[in-house]
Every structure is written in structure tokens, then in C-alpha cells.
Write a protein that binds this ligand. Structure first.
Ligand SMILES: Cc1cc2nc3c(=O)[nH]c(=O)nc-3n(C[C@H](O)[C@H](O)[C@H](O)COP(=O)(O)OP(=O)(O)OC[C@H]3O[C@@H](n4cnc5c(N)ncnc54)[C@H](O)[C@@H]3O)c2cc1C
Length: 384
């Protein structure tokens, strides 16, 4: 495998680095570097800066704002963005609903939604999971019943990330209760301001408000908001989930936090056990980065390679391990979690260590739990 970048790709890396470090507001990048939660406005502003330069959705078809880049260039773009502490384009828009609409939607739906989705004029939420349909997603019970040229939607979604900011939600809904469970599901776009939609917060272990329950009571949705074919939603969901898993291997961000941790460690680096933890994590991250490149190189026709499950599994394990190392480095100071800089003499990073650690417990659950990824790897890659 050729690990050196060609002169052209090295120049491309420099171009990306210069853009991300000079055009995205410093205040936003500082918040990411400090591992703080971003506001909606910061996420929107950052994505619009990227989109104006054609850097928000490079993996989409060129016709809809994508870039005809090699997989390697996409990787460089992704890596440099994380290295520069630039928030990644909102995954629900850029990696989930956008590619589904571009691949399976009608021309009319593409024209209605894609440009606004790329520019974050519409903030999308993901309405897949339900109280008894998480890992066993095909058991979902939210129904959409055709009534004239509308669907009437009833049911409940859960764990809807940032649903409090959502303008629209893309939902899996049951449209044929008689069919085998995977074959009776459709992919429907729902305006969250429609009468009958209620969003309720779920409080999390880190004290943040990141997820919600979303309820639908007789919500009337124009039939035109169906993506693709009726009852073919499961195929689109599988396509989306594969993309989601590729996107959840945040190698660049994890490398950045590990490098920050080395600075935080100071004298503790002289401890052989601490030094060994750094060495092991750095090696594992390098191995993961090579796997990301291999997966990217083997994705055909925009379809994710089954090894995307390896990226999800390993990427989240390393992300969690690095967050744990930061807590250990902070030691007793990590107990100051939540303290403001004006109420504590301890370095600011120690205040963020525990909330960030607790928040990242989610990473092995969302996007398909790691137990489920192991089963996919066992079946589709190892043939067990
Ligand atoms: C922070 C967060 C954000 C999320 N955001 C969204 C969102 O925006 N939109 C959305 O639609 N969903 C979202 N999810 C939902 C997420 O996709 C589900 O939580 C996930 O698919 C697991 O489903 P579950 O929670 O119902 O757990 P369950 O499926 O009930 O699983 C419970 C446990 O049992 C294990 N398990 C289940 N089945 C098996 C099996 N066959 N073999 C071995 N082990 C098994 C699981 O791995 C898990 O450890 C989010 C979840 C979290 C935690």
C-alpha cells in the first residue's frame, strides 16, 4: 500500500487545511477544541461556510453539490476538518437523508429538498428507533395510513438526536401491516411543525439535552413526501445505516483528542504505564485509519462496504478509550465536572473530562449497537 501522498494530493491537503483553519470562525473551532457542546447557530453557521465553498457534501452527486473527488480526497477533507476542530456537516443531512434522497427520491423531491439540506436551511432529525424497535428496527410500529392524497401518521419515535432543533424528520413508518415486517415499511419525510407532532426531551447522564421522544398523533403528511417506492423503505434504511456507520469512525477527532491528551499529561508521560497507553492507542488509531482508507477504496457505486461495521465498532471503542484516558489523566480534578472557569482554579479541560467521557458511552449504542456490528462482521465478513 502506498502511504505517501502524491504531490497533487499533498497540495489538496494544504488547500483544505488552509480553508478550515482560516474560513471557519475561530470561536466555533475553539468550542470544538474545548469539547464543548455547540449551539444550533454555530452548527448552522459552520455548515453554511463549508457549503458556500462546495465543502459540505462532497460525497453527493455533482449535480446536487457534490465533488468528483477520489475516495482518498474525501478522506483528506474529512480528516483535515476534524484536525482543524471544524464541526462535521450535520450527519442527518449530509450523510443520511441527503444521499437517500439523491439516490432514491423523485426529481421533484430532489429539487425540493437537496439544496436546502446541503445548506442546513432545513435541519433534519432521524426518526427510526422506537421503544421496542432499536436493534430489531424492523419491528417498528409507527403507522402511516393512506387517506386520499395524504398519509395519517400515528406512533412514537425515541432517541431522536437534537430533535429539539429539527425542522423536518425522516421516518420509517409501517404502511403495510400484513406484509413480512421488512417489506411493509416506507420512508416518509415529515414537517415537524405539522399539527400532532410533539417533541419531548430525554435527560442524559452528562446533564445535556441531546435526545428526545417524538410523538405523532393523527399527523397528516402529503403523499408526495414519500421517498421512492411505497413499502420499499427498508432498502433505503439499510443504505442509510451503512453510510451512518462509515461516518461514525471519527478517526481525525480521536487523533486530535489523543494529541491534546499528551499535552494535558505533562510529567505523567514519564510513567511507563501511561506512555504505554498512549503508544497502544496511537497504533490502534493508525490501524483504523488504514482500514478507513481500505473501506473507502472498496466502496462501489456509492454503496458502503460491509466493513463499515468494523469502522463503527473500532472507531467508537477507540473514541471511548481516549475519553477514558483523559479522565485518568485529570485524576481527582475530573471530579470538578461542570465547574465554570470563574469558580475553579483547575484547568478547563479537567471540567470537560468527565461529561465528555459520560457522553461518549452513547457511541457504542447509536448507529447500531456494537454487539450488532459484531454479528454483522461475523456473518458477512468472516462467514461464520
Ligand atoms: C445517544 C443516542 C442517540 C441516538 N440517536 C438516534 C436518532 O437520532 N434517531 C434514531 O432513530 N435513533 C437514535 N438512536 C437509537 C439507536 O440507534 C438505538 O439505541 C440502537 O439501535 C439500539 O437500540 P435499543 O436502544 O432499542 O437497544 P436494544 O435493541 O433494546 O438493545 C439492548 C442491548 O441488547 C443488545 N442486543 C439487542 N439485540 C441483540 C442481539 N440480537 N444479539 C446481541 N445483543 C443484542 C444490544 O446490543 C444492546 O446492548 C440513538 C441512540 C442513542 C443512545
Amino acid at each position: 500500500m502506498q502511504l505517501e501522498l502524491s504531490a497533487e494530493d499533498a497540495a489538496f491537503r494544504e488547500e483544505m487545511r488552509a480553508f478550515f483553519t482560516t474560513k471557519v470562525p475561530q470561536e466555533i473551532r475553539d468550542a470544538v477544541a474545548a469539547r464543548q457542546e455547540l449551539t444550533k447557530e454555530q452548527i448552522v453557521e459552520s455548515q453554511r461556510v463549508l457549503n458556500a465553498a462546495g465543502l459540505a457534501v462532497p460525497h453527493w452527486p455533482v449535480e446536487w453539490g457534490g465533488q468528483d473527488w477520489s475516495e482518498l480526497r474525501r478522506h483528506i477533507w474529512h480528516d483535515e476538518m476534524q484536525r482543524a476542530c471544524v464541526p462535521l456537516p450535520l450527519a442527518f443531512n449530509a450523510s443520511m437523508v441527503g444521499p437517500v434522497i439523491a439516490q432514491f427520491g423523485s426529481q421533484e423531491i430532489k429539487e425540493r429538498f437537496l439544496a436546502k439540506t446541503a445548506n442546513l436551511d432545513i435541519w433534519w432529525s432521524q426518526g427510526f428507533s422506537e421503544p421496542d424497535a432499536g436493534s430489531d428496527l424492523a419491528s417498528l410500529r409507527t403507522t402511516a395510513v393512506k387517506d386520499g392524497d395524504e398519509f395519517v401518521v400515528n406512533g412514537q419515535k425515541t432517541w431522536t438526536t437534537l430533535g429539539q432543533h429539527g425542522d423536518w424528520i425522516f421516518c420509517l413508518v409501517r404502511t403495510d401491516p400484513e406484509a413480512k415486517k421488512q417489506r411493509g415499511i416506507s420512508f416518509l419525510l415529515i414537517d415537524m411543525t405539522s399539527p400532532g407532532v410533539t417533541v419531548r426531551p430525554i435527560e442524559l447522564i452528562d446533564g445535556g439535552h441531546e435526545v428526545n421522544e417524538v410523538w405523532f398523533e393523527d399527523v397528516r403528511v402529503p403523499a408526495d413526501n414519500l421517498v421512492g417506492e411505497l413499502n420499499a423503505g427498508w432498502d433505503y434504511a439499510k443504505f442509510l445505516l451503512g453510510n451512518e456507520r462509515v461516518g461514525v469512525a471519527p478517526v481525525g477527532a480521536t487523533k486530535r483528542v489523543l494529541a491534546q491528551a499528551k499535552e494535558y499529561a505533562g510529567d505523567q508521560l514519564a510513567d511507563p504505564l501511561i506512555a504505554a497507553r498512549f503508544a497502544e492507542l496511537e497504533n490502534e488509531l493508525l490501524a483504523l485509519e488504514l482500514t478507513v482508507l481500505r473501506v473507502a477504496a472498496h466502496s462501489a457505486d456509492g454503496k458502503p462496504h460491509p466493513a463499515s461495521s468494523v469502522l463503527k465498532l473500532k472507531g467508537t471503542e477507540l473514541q471511548q478509550a481516549v475519553s477514558e484516558l483523559v479522565v485518568d489523566l485529570a485524576g481527582p480534578a475530573s471530579l470538578a465536572s461542570g465547574a465554570g472557569s470563574d469558580s475553579s482554579d483547575l484547568p478547563a479541560w479537567t471540567h470537560r473530562a468527565t461529561p465528555a467521557y459520560l457522553n461518549l458511552r452513547k457511541a457504542s449504542i447509536y448507529g447500531g449497537s456494537n454487539e450488532i456490528q459484531r454479528q454483522i462482521i461475523a456473518k458477512t465478513i468472516l462467514g461464520l
